[in-house]
Ligand binder design. Structure first.
Ligand code: ADP
Ligand code: LRH
Length: 482
């Protein structure tokens, strides 16, 4: 056919949603059918994902999507986290949240034993304490012994829907157990870490058709046999980058949600000593591209501040703090938005104040001041990493695309343009879900390639351009904090 009716399930760290839409060479329309919070729970003292609640959200959305006549569904989520299945296909334990503290110290030990250079040369992956490799080393050994396979979160849901087992490539590349040059599991590294090789299933590609839903599930969900599950760029960031409405390769992106993923799209990994030192990552994108990027702490800083104020009994809305921040002067105090000290859940305003105190800057007091500090700091981190990505990869950047929930933050978009000294094109808000749909459209023969997909996004979605202002001021600030 010339158009596809499809559903996208997009699970983010702060919320999940199911969209249904129509994709074709001249059309990309999608509406959110169901949105649900993704609130972590504590299971056996571990911060964990509430898989039952996510499943409930996914199935509610899918019922609606099926009623709206979709014939394909694709699933994406955040990276690095997984579930373990036993031989019968039963899930052994709730997937643990990447912000759980079980991995404390594991990465440092592995780096000391094997050498960061060796690991980076094979995997090209950034060193983050939450990488799947370190989570598996922190896993209960008894559980590992009983496990027959590991399924990354989107694969886990595909397994629940279809019974198939596999590891979609873009998300597999976030494990730090994937060989980015050879394009397969890093068998040597898996061996050296003493992890059982049997856990790592066959790789699958974005646009592989996995098949129809289980018969019993079809009855339960009231869905016919006309709906197939299609693999997409199942790492949310891979789907988001696939939907960046760029005209040519001279662009950087900021996939701006809980995290800000800041980087460029390349055709080959950068594995240099400088790249390792800067802790840039080479994650796999759609079409075997490389997402060369840095994880900046992102709007987590603001989400967690809002949660802190809520818990303290002084709730304040996102719109209110953004409006207050817009009235305050720029660059009064800034924090390093890449610093580990902000990673764990807990009192965020307090940590931000402590950082300002320690660096001899005025401490932000009111929610508006804290928000201003967060947005200024994020804009600086975006600019620092757009510059670093260019320097380390040799790719020239003419425009910065901001996509995701954060692209609605007009102040942050303007500050990012100011700090980068480049135009920012903001949108789409639901880039991840749209990238998910674009790959399904290719799987089912209605779109040809990546460039065509980006073209459709550019022609159909609402985008806003921000021209840089006051760049000199921000350049000076960057020089001070870098
Ligand atoms: P994730 O996929 O990581 O869960 P999203 O892409 O959904 O994240 O982005 C969530 C973020 O988007 C929130 O933390 C919030 O700061 C921002 N956001 C959401 N809605 C708005 C809005 N109307 N205006 C400004 N920012 C918004
Ligand atoms: C963004 C994201 C990011 C990962 C992190 C765990 O949602 O997938 O790319 O590093 O979550």
């Amino acid at each position: 056919g010339t158009e596809l009716r499809a559903a996208a399930v997009d699970l983010g760290a702060s919320s999940g949603r199911v969209l249904a839409g129509t994709v074709g060479p001249d059309r990309l329309e999608a509406t959110v059918l169901h949105r649900f919070p993704n609130d972590p729970v504590t299971v056996n003292d571990r911060l964990s994902w509430n898989l039952d609640a996510l499943w409930e959200g996914v199935s509610t959305g899918l019922r609606g999507a099926a009623a709206a006549g979709v014939t394909s569904v694709g699933i994406d989520s955040w990276g690095v986290d997984y579930g373990l299945l036993d031989e019968s296909g039963a899930l052994l334990a709730s997937p643990v949240h990447y912000r759980d503290s079980r991995t404390d110290g594991v990465m440092e030990r592995v780096r000391a034993e094997l050498g960061a250079e060796t690991i980076y040369a094979t995997t090209g992956l950034q060193f983050m304490a939450f990488n799947t490799a370190y989570q598996l080393l922190a896993e209960d050994p008894e559980l590992l012994a009983r496990a027959s396979t590991l399924q990354m979160v989107p694969d886990l849901l595909c397994h629940r829907l279809t019974g198939t087992v596999g590891a979609e490539r873009t998300n597999a590349s976030t494990t730090q157990l994937y060989d980015v040059t050879a394009g397969g599991w890093a068998d040597d590294l898996i061996d050296k870490l003493g992890l059982p090789r049997r856990l790592f299933p066959v790789l699958r590609e974005p646009a592989d058709v996995l098949g129809p839903l289980h018969a019993d599930l079809r009855a339960f969900l009231g869905i016919g046999d006309g709906l197939v599950v299609t693999a997409v760029g199942s790492h949310d960031t891979a789907s988001a980058v696939a939907a960046v409405p760029a005209r040519d390769e001279h662009f950087a992106y900021v996939s701006c949600g809980t995290w800000s993923l800041v980087g460029v799209e390349l055709t080959a990994p950068v594995l240099s000593a400088d790249s390792l030192a800067a802790n840039f990552t080479n994650e796999v994108g759609v079409d075997g591209t490389i997402r060369y990027l840095r994880n900046v702490m992102g709007l987590w800083l603001l989400q967690e501040s809002l949660r802190t104020w809520q818990e303290a009994g002084t709730p304040v809305s996102l719109q209110q703090v953004l409006a207050e921040a817009a009235e305050l002067p720029a660059l009064r105090s800034v924090v390093d938005a890449e610093s580990e000290e902000f990673f764990a859940p807990g009192d965020m305003p307090d940590r931000i104040r402590a950082h300002c105190r320690a660096t001899g800057q005025p401490e932000p007091g009111t929610p508006g001041e804290v928000t201003r500090c967060v947005l200024d700091s994020l804009a600086l981190a975006h600019a620092r990493n757009v510059a670093a990505a260019q320097r380390l990869s040799g790719r020239r950047v003419d425009v910065v695309h901001v996509v995701g929930g954060g692209s609605q933050n007009t102040l942050l978009c303007q500050l990012t343009a100011d700090a980068c000294g480049l135009p920012v094109v903001a949108g789409p808000v639901e880039a991840t879900a749209l990238g998910n749909l674009l790959v399904q459209a290719r799987a089912h023969g209605v779109l040809a390639g990546r460039a065509e997909g980006r073209d459709v996004v550019r022609r159909t979605q609402e985008l806003h351009t921000y021209e840089p202002r006051n760049h000199d001021r921000w350049r000076d600030a960057l020089a001070r904090v870098s």
